[in-house]
Design a protein around this ligand. Structure first.
Ligand SMILES: Cc1cc2nc3c(=O)[nH]c(=O)nc-3n(C[C@H](O)[C@H](O)[C@H](O)COP(=O)(O)O)c2cc1C
Length: 177
């Protein structure tokens, strides 16, 4: 794959730590990566980690003055793909409803490139009809999905809801691009 501009949106779930590995893998393959953090994500992954891995500061503020036209507009214009990993239940709902209630959900509406989501949550959350409806809606809207997988969950249960491994997300992206 030739060098692409990839935006990696990171939601507020434990699996956010695995997104560092995904970002690193993308960078090692020669892609340019911009990271977008939700407010929840910053509880799970440090900005310094993404700054060093991406070679540019992560963005989390819709009104970031470094983007005079709006971060959602400027990041969307240059993106070849948007990956959202982990995609939390909140992100799935905001994107399905077109709520634009934070930078990542606004960026989702602004991009014209393929979108790949890697959901992660507890198995009871994943089984909720509301989550299922949102995923169905997003699939109908053309969003690509990878995972979730079955296995050990941070809530100390085994079930479906584990975020796909970074390598599987990378493979899914390769298939899409
Ligand atoms: C320890 C912990 C782990 C969490 N893990 C998840 C998760 O895997 N998936 C999820 O949808 N929400 C998870 N949450 C809840 C989200 O952080 C919360 O719903 C937040 O509003 C998600 O929005 P955001 O992704 O936009 O930050 C977790 C919360 C805590 C305290």
């Amino acid at each position: 794959m030739t060098s692409k501009r990839i935006v990696v949106g990171i939601g507020g779930g434990i699996a956010a730590y695995k997104s560092a590995t995904l970002v690193s893998r993308l960078i090692q393959q020669g892609h340019q990566v911009s990271a977008v953090l939700t407010s929840g994500a910053s509880h799970f992954i440090g900005e310094a980690t993404l700054l060093a891995l991406c070679g540019r500061p992560p963005v989390s503020n819709t009104y970031d003055p470094r983007f005079p036209l709006g971060a959602h507009i400027e990041l969307a214009e240059s993106a070849d793909a948007l990956i959202i990993a982990p995609a939390t239940a909140r992100i799935l709902a905001s994107c399905a409803q077109g709520l634009a209630d934070d930078l990542l959900a606004t960026l989702y509406l602004a991009v014209e490139c393929p979108v790949l989501m890697a959901p992660a949550m507890s198995s009871s959350m994943w089984a909720k009809p509301a989550v299922e409806r949102n995923v169905d809606m997003l699939k109908r809207d053309g969003v690509h999905f990878v995972g979730p997988a079955e296995g050990w969950l941070s809530c100390r249960k085994v079930g479906i809801g584990r975020m796909a491994e970074p390598e599987d997300i990378f493979e899914a992206l390769t298939g899409i691009l």
